[in-house]
Ligand binder design. Structure first.
Ligand SMILES: Cc1cc2nc3c(=O)[nH]c(=O)nc-3n(C[C@H](O)[C@H](O)[C@H](O)COP(=O)(O)O)c2cc1C
Ligand SMILES: CCCCCCC(=O)C(=O)O
Length: 409
């Protein structure tokens, strides 16, 4: 077999390895998958405008967010059900993130508990120290992604557990008041294989009973029966358990209930970016959930510029520094990360790329993905004449649609 040269090579292997149930869950987007496709193709429309004769003998990828130094602006996005990819699931991913000094966010829908992920991360950090290995970044840097449940006592307990386990920020996903229209998952009546379980819900008796969680984990929910309505079990779980009545007022409630920085994940408009600043959140993640929620929304790269202007203006009105902007969706190259940063992101997150690494070779596979993307980013920076992330701005990219627009004038 030829050597792995890029994340696409790893994706191809993962596609061959996964069964249809898991592959469709990971790979597909909502409805006609317009946004999923756009997430990728839109990156190609942005051209790089390199500067030359700059000293790029040293290129520093590190960034600081909320006082924490990360080795790179490429962070691991929260993705659920990682044991579908590899038997070590979230444990493998968090260990890889520790080894690479990468930011890591654990999903509410993990197949491993908050406590087990935290303890694996701490052990991995100790193992690195005992081998005398250093990473270019601070220890820690792990965040917890929260879906807000109708039963607020569950949400509060998850927050307390994340705090106790040393997670350093809360990522509140706001683009999934209900589950997107995921046709492939419907057709497959997607459910968890019987040997897997969700990592965090066992202690919530009411939730287990009301969502037939025990049944789904034992694989005893027959496909296509009334129990699996509407369409399939995950859709039913989100409909029954997650709170679609969430509003900006609830952000105040969250702020009252934790001292951790709060990031909102799933912002796509400058109006909501302004509201996020107004309501005092600490950061936003410009995301369309990897094309899995509302199909037909823009690719994130296309809205970054106006969102970053809005964040700057709204923050200035409060006499505050702009809150960090993180972007995700379709990033498969270090040059994609470069373009997103140029258009206004402080950092980016990768979802599927990590999952492909996990399928390919567990912890080492995720390390390989992070290494490849970081090296590609380093290359893009050096060849563009940037030696620090803070030097990357919109002067380094040309949005071809605006070029076409100008040529028509
Ligand atoms: C299989 C899968 C599971 C996901 N699970 C979650 C989740 O539990 N919580 C969440 O906020 N986002 C979730 N996401 C969205 C990711 O956090 C991220 O926004 C998206 O994957 C970025 O796009 P990309 O996969 O093209 O990199 C999931 C995405 C995928 C592909
Ligand atoms: C919205 C509730 C369940 C979602 C499961 C994980 C996830 O976010 C995804 O995109 O899939």
């Amino acid at each position: 077999m030829s050597r792995i040269a890029c994340v696409k090579d790893i994706e191809e292997i993962a596609i061959r390895k996964l069964d249809k149930n898991a592959l469709d869950f990971y790979y597909t987007g909502a409805q006609d998958q317009l946004t999923l496709a756009n997430n990728r193709t839109c990156y190609d429309r942005y051209k790089l405008l390199p500067r030359v004769l700059r000293d790029v003998s040293k290129v520093d990828l590190s960034i600081t967010l909320f006082g924490h130094k990360f080795a790179s602006p490429i962070l691991v996005a929260p993705t659920g059900l990682q044991k579908l990819a590899h038997s070590d699931g979230e444990l493998a991913t968090v260990r890889a993130a520790v080894r690479k000094g990468a930011g890591y966010t654990l999903s509410t829908m993990s197949t491993t508990s908050i406590e087990d992920v935290a303890s694996a991360a701490l052990k991995a950090e100790k193992a690195l120290s005992s081998k005398g290995q250093t990473i270019d970044g601070d220890k820690g840097g792990r965040w917890y992604q929260l879906y807000v449940f109708k039963d607020r006592s569950v949400s509060l307990d998850l927050i307390r557990r994340a705090e106790a386990a040393g997670f350093e920020a809360l990522v509140i996903t706001v683009d999934a008041p209900i589950l997107g229209n995921r046709l492939a998952n419907k057709r497959n009546s997607f459910t968890l294989p019987s040997h897997m379980e969700f990592g965090n819900f066992k202690s919530y008796a009411k939730l287990v009973a009301s969502s037939n969680l025990a049944g789904v984990e034992k694989g005893s929910i027959a496909q296509g029966t009334a129990e699996a309505d509407p369409g399939y079990w995950l859709a039913r779980f989100s409909k029954d358990q997650l709170d679609p009545s969430l509003t900006w007022k609830d952000i105040e409630w969250l702020k009252e209930n934790t001292k951790l920085p709060i990031l909102l994940k799933g912002i796509l408009t400058h109006e909501d970016a302004r509201l996020a600043v107004y309501y005092g959140v600490d950061g936003i993640i410009v995301s369309n959930h990897g094309g899995r929620q509302l199909d037909g929304v823009p690719a994130t790269i296309d809205v970054l510029s106006e969102i970053s202007v809005a964040v700057r203006e709204a923050s200035a009105q409060k006499n505050k520094k702009p809150i960090p902007i993180i972007a995700d969706g379709g990033i498969m190259r270090g040059s994609d990360a470069f373009k997103a940063i140029a258009m206004g992101a402080d950092a980016v997150m990768i979802g599927r790329a990590v999952l492909w690494g996990l399928v390919y070779d567990g912890e080492n596979g995720v390390c390989t993905v992070l290494d490849i993307l970081n090296e590609e980013l380093r290359l893009s920076m050096a060849l563009s004449g940037c030696s620090r992330i803070s030097e990357i701005d919109s002067s380094y990219v040309l949005d071809q649609s605006s070029e076409i627009f100008l040529s028509k004038l």
